[in-house]
Ligand binder design. Structure first.
Ligand code: BES
Ligand code: MN
Ligand code: ZN
Length: 505
């Protein structure tokens, strides 16, 4: 079977493109700066590209690719592609990442194994541009069809980034971008795995494999330990499945860290398959619910990168894992479950299971000493209605902490948008028989889910990231493929690696 990803070697270079021994040279075209592309080319290709720009076949629109048929004499690259690169010479991280992905995906499509992305048309190369380029090239080296038995996949074997001047700072950023890109790919592979290949126990095993052998501590709690901790929410959601729930805990502790320093707690939703339970989902589209562990997958990916790159902060990650199934043992609507925190929940809808397992997860992260919480979850269809598939919903009770998380997303080049945790809707959680219900209904569904979670994060700054829309892509773009996206891996890495001086007390 083909592999899910095979990474090219990654190098920096400052050479002239004409003398670089590669198969495909990619040049970014910035609006109003055609000359910066032309001056990198030989006389004949220059003429062809100038003509293409004049005719609109090559343009600055991101993702538009013009492949020249002309290659000048004495030129070592076999092909040259001019790729639209937007309107600014100081591009944001997301743009460079997309540009690099276009380069990688184009090379694969053209079956050209050695590709160079020339960043010099932007002017001076910044460290951020190099990291983004590495990330983009690496995430382009991903194959969603790794379960096909007869698929031939073409891989890029060598990728180089042509920069204005080499140096140790840029080299370090190349490695950083590669590690973040690999973490994104690891998360995507997990999220793509079908439910039959990935039980809670399987996912726990994969997490252990990805997280052990370095700076991280990782352990898996089985049912008896979950019962001893009183995790009735996680156990209740998992009780309908033949395949019992697990909880994965991963900790990163920087050497010599002050024991009183802030501790980041990351909690990721890990429903390996969500049928909805007795409140069963409609058949249409249910298959996508194999990705309902994308929050846990993003957490695994991020922790792997944090372990490899290091971070100034202590980080504890908690991943509650369960399969939400229908059976004679499944939790019923109306059942009351007792959480580890002591709060009781009337399960009025078994399809609102994510908030249940996260409730116990958030509580446990606090037990482990987390002073600042962030959770990541494919939590509500309502968030998809509100923000679509390109924007992650950000919900924060503690506004300053929400701004820190938002800043990390901005630095990582991921789109998030703040949503209100509106106090007035808290009444909707009221239950006649327990402390609260889990499913207050359609209105403001993403917000009431956040209000439910907050009950388990009380007292510490907490931010919730709803990735129901962004974890999966239904549409291929020149810079991305269909399927799991690895959303929020770069954001979590940036958050953990940022200075806690900016975190609110
Ligand atoms: N995993 C789903 C949310 C989801 C929906 C993720 C679409 C990705 C795409 C979640 O467990 C769920 O079923 N939520 C319900 C909550 C409702 C019962 C209150 C929903 O959104 O319909
Ligand atoms: Mn559900
Ligand atoms: Zn779910």
């Amino acid at each position: 079977m083909p592999s899910a990803f095979e990474l090219p070697s990654l190098t920096l270079s400052t050479g002239s493109p004409s003398q670089t021994d590669i198969d495909l040279l990619v040049l970014p075209l910035v609006a109003g700066h055609t000359e910066r592309v032309l001056e990198r080319l030989g006389p004949q290709a220059r003429q062809d590209v100038a003509w293409a720009v004049e005719r609109g076949a090559a343009k600055a629109e991101l993702g538009v690719v013009h492949l020249t048929t002309v290659v000048d004499e004495g030129w070592r690259p076999r092909r040259v592609a001019v790729v639209g690169a937007g309107t600014t010479l100081t591009p944001e991280r997301e743009l460079v990442r997309r540009l690099a992905s276009v380069a990688g995906l184009q090379a694969r499509q053209l079956r050209l194994g050695r590709v160079a992305l020339d960043l010099t048309p932007f002017g001076d190369t910044t460290p951020g541009m190099v990291a983004a380029a590495a990330e983009g090239v690496v995430t382009a080296a991903f194959n969603h069809g790794h379960l096909k038995s007869r698929d031939e996949v073409f891989w890029v074997t060598a990728a180089s980034v042509i920069v204005s001047a080499e140096g140790p700072a840029l080299q370090a950023m190349l490695d950083e971008g590669r590690i973040v890109g690999e973490a994104v790919n690891a998360a995507r592979l997990l999220a793509n795995e079908p439910g039959n290949h990935l039980s809670p126990q399987d996912l726990a095993g994969r997490a252990v494999d990805l997280l052990s052998g370095g700076a991280l501590k990782v352990r898996v709690l089985a049912e008896d330990e979950l019962a001893a901790l009183g995790m009735g929410l996680l156990l209740g959601v998992g009780q309908g499945s033949e395949r019992p729930p697990r909880l994965v805990v991963c900790e990163y502790t920087p050497a010599g860290v002050d024991p009183k320093a802030p501790v980041l707690g990351i909690v990721g939703k890990g429903i390996t398959f969500d049928t909805g339970g007795i409140s069963i989902k409609p058949a249409d589209g249910m298959g996508r619910m194999k990705d309902d562990m994308s929050g846990a997958a993003a957490t695994v990916g991020a922790m792997r990168a944090i372990g490899r790159l290091g971070a100034p902060n202590r980080v504890v990650a908690v991943m509650p894992l369960a399969e939400n199934m229908v059976s004679g043992r499944a939790v019923r609507p109306g059942d009351v479950l007792r959480s580890a925190s002591g709060l009781t929940v009337e399960v009025n809808n078994t399809d609102a299971e994510g908030r249940l397992i996260l409730g116990d997860g958030l509580w446990y992260a606090r037990q482990l000493g987390a002073t600042h919480l962030v959770d990541v979850a494919t939590l509500t269809g309502a968030c998809v209605v509100a923000l679509g598939m390109q924007i992650t919903g950000l919900f924060a009770r503690h506004q300053a902490w929400g701004e820190v998380v938002r800043g990390a997303a901005g630095a990582a080049g991921e789109d998030v948008w703040p949503m209100p945790v509106h106090e007035g809707y808290r009444d909707l959680l009221k239950s006649e028989v327990a402390d609260m219900i889990n499913s207050p209904g359609r209105a403001a569904g993403a917000i009431t889910a956040a209000l439910f979670l907050e009950e388990f994060a009380r007292g510490v700054p907490w931010t919730h990231l709803d990735i129901a829309g962004t974890a999966w892509s239904d549409e291929a773009k020149p810079w991305s493929t269909k399927g799991a996206t690895g959303a929020m891996v770069p954001t979590l890495v940036a958050l953990a690696r940022g200075s806690a001086a900016a975190w609110p007390a």
